[in-house]
Structure formats: structure tokens, C-alpha cells
Design a protein around this ligand. Structure first.
Ligand SMILES: Nc1ccn([C@@H]2O[C@H](COP(=O)(O)OP(=O)(O)OP(=O)(O)O)[C@@H](O)[C@H]2O)c(=O)n1
Ligand SMILES: [Mg+2]
Length: 367
């Protein structure tokens, strides 16, 4: 029985990047032998085990053959006669199909090092086409390893997978998982470009295909999000929050987390208004729409994201903070107690907030 580190850990070490988690492959092993060594079986579809101490994942070397659509329906063959080369052959990209033995030797049967040096994302074999998630993975790796290009033959294969309808079997959760990781990578625009080049963008994010046609600023918008180290909800908002309908449909299709959806809708609805709302009433209305009195952090997030998409002068940011502070200084309970008629409370609070905002404006005006 021999064990090797495989996949991302080998790749990242060769790139000089920090290694996140290590995956291991076991050649010549059996389920019984693993259990006898104290490993815990965790795999549902194929034999994977957790190391008794490090809790890292150890998978028996296996081959896979497609038997259905999407990424269900694999016939898995894991047995002591499956070689390391067999196991590496079923993997997605050559740069992910290298292994390192316990003595440190690198096993690289499919040109992974060469492709790393050439900055090339190239599939290992036609088996790539058996898993549509790999289309998204390639796009995500393009975003993560800026400067890497998708090999022409791989892009062709990805296009064929889209045309054949294989990409339609992707479930929203997996699409979002990959898109969100790509958004947090150093070059999110590369992910969008690769997905568009193979036709997958039109399937999973048609809103962005439409936007790319009309908005030449999108690359700059995403670069800005990276430069400012903005979190995921902001980046999602900057990708699809150019239009309320787009923000809503894209967020619903991919079942994105609610904070991401809310921020995209908020940016679409109010991103531009941030720099145009000048009257006290307009500013009060924007704060109400964003629910900023109950959740002041929503104004903060809007102010953080919007400047990447719309010019928001620094003075406007200061003014918004002052506006919110003024409106929040109103004691809602006290106003309510002065209302004889309960139904008059919301309007009374609104008037009091408006007065407070106008007073703050006047104070600034007086310098
Ligand atoms: N759809 C997939 C998912 C994974 N793999 C293989 O399984 C390895 C481990 O998968 P995973 O941890 O998901 O990806 P990594 O390449 O390790 O990248 P990351 O750094 O994002 O974990 C990959 O390197 C690749 O060899 C694959 O071929 N096809
Ligand atoms: Mg990994």
C-alpha cells in the first residue's frame, strides 16, 4: 500500500502558494486494510477515509465511468489493481493531476508541470466531459491563477459540453459554490470571460452576458472590488446589481444567500441614487428603502460597494453618515407616546426624522 498527496496541494506547493488542505490517494489498498489502520470511512459514493490523527482525506485510487447525466451516475471502480496513473487520468486538469509520494518524488504523467510553467489550464483526458462542474472549476481557476489561459482544445471541449446540454444538469448550489469562490479570487473577470467563451455564462448567468454587451466598465468594477478587498455580498452585488430585475433573477436562479441577494437588489435600486439624492426627503426615502434605521450596516455596505460602480464623492459618503446619524437621533418611542392615534405613529416618526436631517443639514451649512 502506497500513499501520495494529490491534486490542489501538489499544484499549490509547486506554485509556491500556501497549501490549504491535503488530499491523499492510496494505491494498492482495500477498505479492510484502511479500517484496520484506524481510518474512518466517510465516502458515500466512493471509498474515502479520514486519517485517525490528521483527519485528512485518503481516497482509494479509483477509476470512474459515466452512467448518467450531470454528476450523478458514476460507476466507480476502486480496487488494489487501480494504478496511480489510472487515478490521475480521471481528474480534471493536468495541473491537478500530479501526485507526490511520501519520499518526495513527483509523479506527473500528463504534463502538469509543463502546463504550470506555460500557465495553461488543460484537461487530462476526454473524461473531463463527464463532470459539468469542471466547466465552472476551469473558470474559477482562471480567476484564481491570473495569467493562466485555457488551452484551445479544452475550451473546445467545454463548448461541446455546453452545446450537448450537459451543463444544464448543474444544480444551483454547485454553480453558486464555484461562482462565489471565483468572485473571491484575484481576477473574477477572468472567470466571467472563460464562462462566456464556452457558452456556459448564457446558461448560468444570462444577466451578465447581457450586461457585458452594454457595460464596458464591468472589468474595472470587479477590479475595484478586489482592490478594496470587498467581501462576497459586495462582489455579487457588483456583478449583477446593475439592474433590479437582473439582481433578482440571478440571485433566485443560483439560490444565493439572502445577504448577497439583498445587497445586489439594493445596489441596483439605490447605487446611483447615493450621489443624486440631494434633498432631505430623497435621502430619508433611500434610508427607509434600505431598512437602514433598523439595520444601519446596510447603508455602510451600500457605501462600500457603490463607489466601484458609480462615482460617489467622498463628501457624499460623509453626508450620508451624517444623515443616518441625524435620523437615528430621533427617539421613536417618545414620538409614539405623543401620538393619540396609533395609526399616526409612522408618519410622525418620519416627520421627526426629516426635521432632524434638515437641522443637521442646516448645521453643516452654517459650518
Ligand atoms: N470536479 C472535480 C473535482 C475535483 N477533481 C480532482 O480532485 C482534486 C481535489 O479537488 P478539490 O479539493 O475540489 O480541488 P483542488 O484542485 O484541490 O483545488 P482547491 O485548492 O480549490 O481545493 C482536484 O485537484 C482534481 O484532481 C476533479 O478532477 N474534478
Ligand atoms: Mg483541494
Amino acid at each position: 500500500m502506497k500513499t501520495y498527496i494529490v491534486g490542489g496541494a501538489v499544484r499549490d506547493a509547486l506554485l509556491g502558494l500556501p497549501v490549504q488542505d491535503k488530499d491523499w490517494v492510496v494505491v494498492g489498498g482495500t477498505v479492510e486494510a484502511m479500517l484496520a489502520r484506524g481510518f474512518t470511512a466517510v465516502g458515500k459514493d466512493f471509498p474515502v477515509f479520514l486519517h485517525p490523527h490528521t483527519h485528512e482525506e485518503y481516497a482509494l485510487a479509483r477509476t470512474e465511468r459515466k452512467s448518467g447525466h450531470g454528476y450523478t451516475g458514476f460507476v466507480v471502480h476502486a480496487a488494489p489493481d487501480v494504478t496511480l496513473e489510472d487515478d490521475l487520468l480521471r481528474r480534471d486538469l493536468t495541473i491537478n493531476a500530479m501526485a507526490r509520494g511520501e519520499d518526495g518524488t513527483l509523479v506527473d504523467p500528463y504534463g502538469g508541470q509543463r502546463d504550470l510553467a506555460a500557465k495553461r489550464l488543460r484537461h487530462v483526458s476526454p473524461a473531463f466531459a463527464e463532470d459539468p462542474v469542471r466547466i465552472l472549476r476551469v473558470a474559477r481557476f482562471a480567476a484564481r491563477f491570473d495569467g493562466f489561459e485555457v488551452a484551445e482544445e479544452t475550451l473546445t471541449l467545454m463548448r461541446e459540453m455546453v452545446v450537448s446540454g450537459e451543463a444544464d444538469h448543474l444544480v444551483p448550489e454547485r454553480v453558486w459554490q464555484e461562482i462565489s469562490r471565483g468572485l473571491m479570487a484575484p481576477a473574477p473577470m477572468r472567470m466571467i470571460e472563460v464562462l462566456d467563451a464556452c457558452g456556459a455564462l448564457a446558461r448560468c448567468l444570462p444577466e451578465v452576458v447581457a450586461r457585458r454587451r452594454i457595460d464596458p466598465l464591468l472589468p474595472g468594477v470587479l477590479r475595484c472590488a478586489v482592490a478594496r478587498d470587498l467581501p462576497l455580498a459586495h462582489r455579487w452585488a457588483l456583478l449583477v446589481g446593475h439592474d433590479v430585475a437582473a439582481a433578482e433573477s440571478a440571485s433566485a436562479r443560483l439560490k444565493v444567500p439572502l445577504p448577497c441577494r439583498d445587497q445586489a437588489v439594493m445596489l441596483a435600486r439605490d447605487g446611483e441614487t447615493l450621489s443624486t439624492a440631494s434633498s432631505a426627503v430623497a435621502r430619508l426615502d433611500l434610508l427607509s428603502r434600505c431598512d437602514a434605521f433598523r439595520r444601519p450596516e446596510r447603508l455602510t455596505t451600500l457605501l462600500e460597494a457603490a463607489p466601484c460602480a458609480h462615482p460617489v464623492p467622498g463628501a457624499a459618503v460623509v453626508r450620508w453618515q451624517a444623515t443616518l446619524a441625524a435620523a437615528q437621533s430621533v427617539d421613536g418611542g417618545a414620538v409614539a407616546r405623543q401620538c393619540a392615534d396609533k395609526s399616526a405613529i409612522p408618519a410622525a416618526i418620519r416627520s421627526a426624522r426629516l426635521v432632524a436631517i434638515e437641522a443637521a443639514d442646516a448645521a453643516v451649512g452654517r459650518g
